[in-house]
Design a protein around this ligand. Sequence first.
Ligand code: 5GP
Ligand code: ZN
Length: 113
Amino acid sequence: MSCLFCRMASGEIKPNTVLETPDVLAFHDINPEAPVHVLVIPKAHIANVGSAGPEDVELLGKVLVACRHVAEQTGIDQSGFRVVLNTGGDAGQSVGHLHAHVLGGRVLAWPPG
Ligand code: 5GP
Ligand code: ZN
């Protein structure tokens, strides 16, 4: 299995896990861009939002609800946080398995770079 995040979802590689459900895994980003920077992935492989279809609707909903729970667990739900899904080259997607970045713990600039 070559996909890095599939290997984490299967337990072959153990990330620094924040939250796990039967369908979703959340773990700390290895190179945090904010005091809180957690990645939330569906365990099933979806490349990115650009390849998501009607069959993925329920799973993507679970990813977003997991982002909320991550924000609560990491204490950024009241101060505010950002959920980012980089999709494709111009957005800087570097891992080809859909992942939501949950960022917070400081004031986040807008627009992003
Ligand atoms: P992207 O650039 O695709 O939106 O985000 C990929 C993210 O995955 C980056 O923020 C990067 O730091 C993170 N990442 C890459 N490899 C690993 C890893 O092996 N472990 C963890 N925890 N994060 C990783
Ligand atoms: Zn994958």
